[in-house]
Design a protein around this ligand. Structure first.
Ligand SMILES: [Zn+2]
Ligand SMILES: [Zn+2]
Length: 425
């Protein structure tokens, strides 16, 4: 017994002195940092491989056959169709997918000679283990993304929550492929599908309104062009059911509520620029058109976000303009647009639906004849970033906006979050 104790203590002392030597020489630090670095990389790689495989499943027929077992297992409220459908989905989708993932990451681990990749193998094996348990024990405890019931929060931009993944099942199966981090969707431009969506846009007869309508039609969306000047609209309402024109009046926003019930995305894009004017009329019209009318539209549209799944698909995009952070050489334009931008930040705290800001630089239009970008370029930029699920879409040639806008947005968000409260129901 004594002999064993002595061997143990000698052994431990040996390990300790070796570790101490390693620590002194920095070798241990090197080993740990390599392990952490490659370990984290392997976790990211697992997610990217899985999401890429998922995207392929929706392109290649013979992969789709197995993957569709997953889609067939759920109803619209994410309740399970039947125990048989669920067990099939575990075998043909979850176990198959995670099994392939374990093999792929294990091969990479062997060839890379990096012990950190073990973390990726362990992580992927966890999914295989969970799916196997569900299949062999016949349990039906779904993962977080597939919990049944109404969707109470909007899709998160940072990780794949229930609302985010629900859209893959029931909004567009050819988008929203990501499983945990929405990285692959950002790369592929599948973070938002515009396909078949009904999109209402105000200021539709302006330069950006017309360019954006064209770009949205190219994305196979249906456009409802809202304008206070229907005669100025170059594109005519040809009666085709993908482009409709509707005239509206400032101050009578409530009349649009019925239309908004069937609208997926509302783009608030109308505005006025009084340039150097500083009269009372100039102040009133700037705030009335650029700020208050926009806010009324936000409230009316938000009141139509009522169905159990509407938080997942309904969105508002607000053209708050670069004037929120940069000079627009027009004091009242800046003031009224900044007020709008700040109140949008305030409203986003209550999460009524996704609200994106369009922070745009100077483009050529009637409001700004000296604009340097073309409205078509700006429209393409907006759609590019929206499809990558950017919540603050910056399209400008001014490099300072890319720096100041995120800082200002974060600071304002934090300040409003601390000093304002949600109204108790
Ligand atoms: Zn799913
Ligand atoms: Zn799928």
């Amino acid at each position: 017994m004594q002999k064993i104790m002595r061997m143990l203590t000698e052994g431990l002392a040996g390990i300790w002195s070796n570790l101490a030597i390693s620590w002194d020489s920095g070798v241990l630090i090197d080993v740990i940092s390599r392990f952490v670095m490659w370990g984290l990389f392997s976790l990211l790689l697992v997610e990217v491989l899985r999401d890429s495989y998922h995207a392929l499943c929706h392109q290649i027929d013979w992969l789709a056959k197995w993957h569709n077992k997953h889609h067939m297992a759920y109803r619209r409220d994410l309740s399970i169709v039947s125990a048989k459908a669920y067990q099939d989905s575990q075998l043909y989708h979850d176990m198959l997918e995670s099994g392939l993932l374990v093999i792929a990451i294990a091969i990479i681990a062997v060839f890379s000679h990096e012990i950190g990749f073990g973390l990726g193998v362990f992580y992927a094996s966890g999914f295989l283990y969970a799916a196997s348990l569900r299949y062999f024990l016949g349990t039906m405890d779904t993962d977080y993304a597939h919990r049944p019931g109404a969707l109470e929060t909007t899709p998160s931009p940072w990780w794949v929550n229930r609302s985010y993944h629900w859209r893959h099942h029931f909004d567009d199966v050819n988008a929203y492929y990501s499983g945990v981090f929405p990285l692959v969707d950002k790369i592929l431009g599948t973070g938002l599908s515009l396909q078949g969506k009904t999109i209402a846009i105000t200021g539709a007869s302006g330069a950006l309104g017309q360019a954006l309508s064209q770009e949205l039609l190219r994305q196979n969306a249906k456009v409802l062009a809202l304008t206070t000047n229907p005669d100025k609209l170059a594109v005519e309402d040809t009666g085709n059911n993908r482009f409709k024109v509707l005239s509206w009046q400032m101050g009578k926003e409530t009349e649009l509520k019925e239309k908004f019930e069937k609208v997926d995305i509302l783009i608030i894009n109308h505005g006025v620029n009084v340039y150097g004017d500083r009269t009372t009329e100039g102040i009133n019209s700037s705030y009335e058109i650029n700020t208050f009318s926009a806010l009324r539209l936000i409230d009316i549209f938000s009141s139509t976000v009522t169905g159990p799944q509407s938080k997942a698909t309904k969105e508002i995009w607000v053209n708050t303009s670069e004037a929120e952070v940069s000079p627009a050489l027009s004091p009242l334009y800046e003031l009224s647009k900044r007020a709008l931008g700040d109140i949008v930040t305030l409203k986003r705290l209550d999460d009524p639906c996704i609200i994106r800001k369009l922070i745009l630089g100077p483009f050529k239009s009637k409001l700004n004849p000296y604009g340097v970008m073309s409205a078509t370029q700006v429209a393409k930029g907006i759609v590019f970033f929206a499809k990558r699920d950017f919540r603050n879409i910056i399209v400008t040639i001014n490099p300072l906006t890319y720096i100041f806008s995120p800082i200002k947005e974060t600071m304002t968000w934090l300040y409003y979050r601390i000093f304002s409260q949600k109204k108790k129901e």
